[in-house]
Design a protein around this ligand. Sequence first.
Ligand code: FE
Ligand code: FE
Ligand code: ZN
Length: 291
Amino acid sequence: MEDKFLIGSHVSMKAPDFYLGSVLESLENNATTLMFYTGAPQNTKRTPIENCKIEEAIKLLKENNFDLDKLVCHAPYLINLANRTSKEKEEFSIELLTSEINRCAAFGCKLLVLHPGMRLSYPVEEALDYIVDGLNRTIENCDNDVIICIETMAGKGSEVGTTFEEISYIVKHVKNQSRIGVCLDTCHINDAGYDLSNSDALLDEFDRVIGLNYLKVIHLNDSKSIRGSRKDRHANLGKGTIGFNTLYQFAHNKRLIDIPKILETPWIGEFSPYKQEIEMLRTGKWFDIEK
Ligand code: FE
Ligand code: FE
Ligand code: ZN
């Protein structure tokens, strides 16, 4: 039963092995799912698909019984569908998201996490309408079955998507409902003011406002900041204000059994915490990470 637990982490994708390297890193951590970026999230430089060792990676994923429909890709941070300050900015985000969706599909990946955007100086309602419009136009461009998963945000700067209501407005206004979903980030919702200590009450609220059927990805992170701080600083499990037991209960809530849970906790210097954090989440026993 517990081997069905869908747990993984953000993994790197770099030369020379690219996606194959990402899969090997996940296997080394005893993960059952993973999240990757198809290139650096801060820029638009991308290795050509042919060089990414995708076929070898998918073969290895299948040999290790990974559910390919639960793998996660994260879109670059440069995309802001709410930025309508010029025609160039508007087209830039739509074109970059379109190419990332197509890249994601080429990796055989179905779930693409996207930050909803920054409202800049627009009223939030106006920004939400720009995001919906950008999503609709992007989805029309892409003939594949990638689901864009809008991530819940902490609320730093002018981030939108910091309440379930804002996320709900976006997903409900997307025309092609088969192509839209939600990624819930535990650090972000804590920092936005939500209480994670009762996982069923939180999921009831999510279901009432958005609908649990939209929930496709969980980002499982502790937070360095107190609830409602709007900071967005991830902490290792049990080293933040949410705490290990709360995150463990949340990850093992029966309503989330089919949802991939992805760690984006910080590295400790040059050392990856993921193998040990995955072990903690399997066993329910917290321990200090050993380097
Ligand atoms: Fe994110
Ligand atoms: Fe996240
Ligand atoms: Zn974050």
